[in-house]
Design a protein around this ligand. Structure first.
Ligand SMILES: NC(=O)CC[C@H](N)C(=O)O
Length: 196
């Protein structure tokens, strides 16, 4: 059966995420059809959800204005897998200042947590569940200040930067920016919410 993957297409690396989920599915012997989500009505037809980075204030505004927020809550309640990256992590977390978040992920997040000098950087990151380090690109990235009930999958300088909670994997970095689809595979095919 072909899986349907929805990519929230407000901003950010929509086509890169589409390629990464296609690659991860292929590696897993599955096929996937990608749909872009810009308004309500699409996500309920999707098996998987990808939330790219971008500007969390803009993404959260569209999600709420279009009524996609209730569809995301329902997607998660039905234990359907999600990968939320960077601004996506912020939007999924608990309230943080100016961003109207969804609060589906039990994390407190600090936006732009790595400061000016380390605005953007790449690092070989040890991630629970992966045999080899992952080439992780951080771009004005958030950090998780309190991971709540989530399982922490990776840290930078002691700070959690990747977590799993039920069907959701969230990363402060951008796993779609390399040819390495292992984070997409981890989120969608290998974990407890794995789509078999
Ligand atoms: N690359 C990103 O998604 C950056 C997130 C952005 N700094 C925000 O706070 O919304």
């Amino acid at each position: 059966m072909t899986l349907t993957a929805g990519v929230l297409a407000v901003q950010g690396d929509v086509s890169e995420h589409a390629h990464a989920i296609e690659r991860a599915a292929r590696n897993h012997g599955r096929s996937v059809a990608v749909r872009e989500i810009r308004s309500r009505g699409v996500l309920p037809e999707c098996d998987l959800l990808l939330v790219p980075g971008g500007e969390s204030t803009t993404i959260s505004r569209l999600v709420h204005d279009e009524g996609i927020d209730t569809e995301i809550h329902s997607h998660v309640e039905h234990d359907k897998p999600v990968l939320a990256t960077c601004a996506g992590l912020i939007v999924f977390g608990r309230a943080t200042g100016r961003v109207e978040t969804l609060g589906v992920l039990d994390v407190d997040v600090e936006r732009n947590a790595f400061g000016r000098q380390h605005d953007s950087f790449e690092t070989a990151l040890d991630v629970t569940g992966l045999d080899e380090p992952f080439p992780a690109a951080f771009i004005r990235a958030p950090a998780i200040t309190n991971p709540g009930n989530c399982a922490v999958l990776a840290r930078v300088a002691g700070r959690p930067v990747a977590v799993r909670q039920g069907p959701i994997v969230a990363t402060a970095f951008h796993p779609e920016l390399t040819d390495d689809a292992r984070i997409h595979r981890l989120a969608f095919f290998d974990g407890p919410a794995g789509t078999q």
